[in-house]
Design a protein around this ligand. Structure first.
Ligand SMILES: NC(=O)c1ccc[n+]([C@@H]2O[C@H](COP(=O)([O-])OP(=O)(O)OC[C@H]3O[C@@H](n4cnc5c(N)ncnc54)[C@H](OP(=O)(O)O)[C@@H]3O)[C@@H](O)[C@H]2O)c1
Length: 250
């Protein structure tokens, strides 16, 4: 039976990816900080879903989680580095520095350390697939994107640098970069629980759904072993690019 580790499994993309991979016949380890949400997913998905509490910002928590995971799975076929968050939409000059630190700790350091733990066994087995969840924010600058976008630019370049280091092995790396997505907790977290602002963000827009990202992950997972998708940028049809801004009379 193939095995997958999905971080950030307690909601949104991560939960949808776990549901989909279990349906595809994988044994899935789902991690997050909220154990109660993971237990609810286990009640839904059964024994092929293993909940493990792991805070990616705490190295000791990553170590403890991997010790638990290694008791159940000798090797991992797929790692989905999905845990991540955005905090705030203020411009850099008004932003909260603690929010910046948490985004970097989660989206950059956390993702790198989880990868560091999983990678040696994949290389030793000469197989495996790492799917990182980046964002269009890693390529497209926008006001208020400052550190969040920069963390996703890290994910983009880290994914490509992993490909360079893994040259000569059969370990694959894919960066999936979604645009606007609804049906997750992402915007409630980013906008600090402001339900009105969240409703306004998604008003009259058919956004990407978590199942769409799960579908994409499942597709990447079933590709022939000689194919590597380096990156995929996915937006709802309703979202597109706009012109660069020009300030007049400066
Ligand atoms: N929604 C979008 O529009 C969008 C677009 C592009 C990219 N993304 C990216 O997609 C990923 C998933 O986002 P989502 O939309 O599904 O949001 P979500 O519903 O808020 O899910 C985020 C997940 O990350 C986990 N997480 C956060 N901090 C963590 C930590 N310190 N340690 C372990 N787990 C942690 C959360 O679990 P706990 O709180 O239980 O720990 C949760 O399961 C993120 O990397 C996000 O940046 C989202």
């Amino acid at each position: 039976m193939k095995t997958a580790l999905v971080t950030g499994a307690s909601s949104g993309f991560g939960a949808a990816i776990c549901r989909r991979l279990v349906a595809e016949g994988y044994a899935v380890v789902g991690t997050a900080r909220r154990g109660d949400k993971l237990e609810a997913l286990r009640a839904e998905l059964g024994d092929n879903f293993m909940p493990v509490v792991m805070d990616v910002t705490e190295p000791a928590s990553i170590d403890a989680a991997f010790a638990q995971i290694q008791q159940r799975c000798t090797s991992l076929d797929v790692l989905v580095n999905n845990a991540g968050l955005a905090l705030g939409v203020e411009k850099a000059q008004q932003a909260n520095a603690a929010n910046w630190e948490r985004m970097i700790a989660t989206n950059v350091t956390g993702l790198a350390l989880v990868t560091h733990r999983a990678l040696p066994a994949m290389v030793a087995a000469n197989r495996g697939l790492i799917i990182n969840i980046g964002s269009t924010a890693g390529s497209v600058p926008y006001p208020g994107g400052n550190v969040y976008g920069a963390t996703k630019a890290f994910v983009k370049q880290f994914s490509r640098n992993l490909r360079a280091d893994l040259s000569g092995t059969r370990v694959r790396v894919t960066n999936i970069e979604p645009g606007l997505c609804s049906g997750t907790e992402f915007s409630m977290v980013r906008l600090d629980g402001n339900a009105e602002a969240v409703a306004e963000l998604y008003r009259d827009v058919e956004a990407i759904r978590p199942q769409d990202i799960a579908e994409t992950v499942a597709w990447v997972c079933q590709l022939p072993a000689h194919m590597n998708i380096n990156s995929m940028e996915i937006m709802p049809v309703a979202q597109s690019y706009a012109a660069l801004s020009v300030a007049r009379n400066l």
